[in-house]
Design a protein around this ligand. Structure first.
Ligand code: FAD
Length: 223
């Protein structure tokens, strides 16, 4: 139940191979598995992935779902920034000149979590991707956070879809409604990875699939 701290210089591969992350933060393992290829995962760092602020990078959306904050150090000392407030625009963070990101902190492990991504081929960035972390209260979704990747000028949080699912029983109708809302909340552009409508459709479909997987994991079913 403690805080998970991952140092900025940790490489993708180390996250992917961590048994603690595989067991308790499954969406991070899902996301890492789909980042680029083994060459990139052997070299790329968690701090670099978060600080680069590419809206199509996966870890920002995963850490948004995990309600995380980053520790930042600069000439005036250390401060923390919630990931919801880290991204200003494409390749732009709220870090001040001279500040470096030193670690990311996840306050608690979720009841269940999952990350889904559609990309054209291995090595590509996402056409769209979704990270979900939730806790169940009996048969209902008690709390949920949803991060969106590749469908806006920065990493997005699907707050409307979160509200639509909070207090609901999981099921296809709830997923359909939340998927419609998330598809409206995102703001994709047309590029080589697809049209605006295609990307909205990916969000619509991936949302239900990803929440369903997180719910199954929360119930102890390995998927
Ligand atoms: C072919 C290819 C495909 C990729 N596909 C994906 C993908 O699908 N999904 C994905 O998430 N990522 C992807 N990446 C990105 C990759 O995951 C790297 O993590 C990312 O490029 C950062 O690399 P790096 O750690 O070497 O940081 P660098 O390239 O060294 O740094 C990136 C930027 O962040 C700054 N920076 C680095 N560390 C810090 C820090 N601690 N504090 C403040 N600023 C810092 C640097 O100054 C620089 O501006 C891909 C990369 C490549 C080359």
């Amino acid at each position: 139940g403690g805080v998970l701290r991952i140092g900025a210089l940790t490489r993708h591969r180390e996250v992917l191979e961590s048994p603690v992350i595989g067991e308790r933060y499954a969406l991070l393992a899902d996301a890492e598995m789909m980042i680029a290829d083994p060459l990139v995962r052997n070299m790329g760092t968690i701090g670099g992935d978060l600080a680069n602020a590419d809206p199509a990078e996966d870890l920002p959306a995963a850490f948004v779902a995990l309600d995380s904050e980053v520790a930042v150090r600069g000439p005036d000392g250390e401060r923390t920034v919630h990931v919801d407030d880290l991204y200003v625009g494409p390749y732009e963070t709220s870090l001040e000149h001279g500040e470096v990101l030193t670690e990311v902190r996840v306050p608690r492990s979720p009841g269940g979590s999952a990350y889904s991504k559609v990309k054209r081929k291995t090595g590509d960035y996402a056409a769209a991707a979704i990270g979900v972390a939730l806790s169940m209260g009996g048969e209902e979704i008690e709390s949920i956070r949803i991060g969106l990747c590749g469908v806006g000028s920065k990493t997005l949080r699907a707050s409307g879809a979160e509200q639509a699912l909070t207090g609901e029983r999981p099921g296809s109708e709830a997923y359909r409604r939340a998927g419609e809302i998330a598809a409206e909340e995102c703001d994709p552009i047309e590029d080589a990875k697809g049209t605006v409508e295609y990307k909205r459709d990916l969000v619509r479909v991936l949302l239900g699939r990803t929440v369903a997987r997180a719910v199954e994991r929360a119930a102890g079913q390995e998927v």
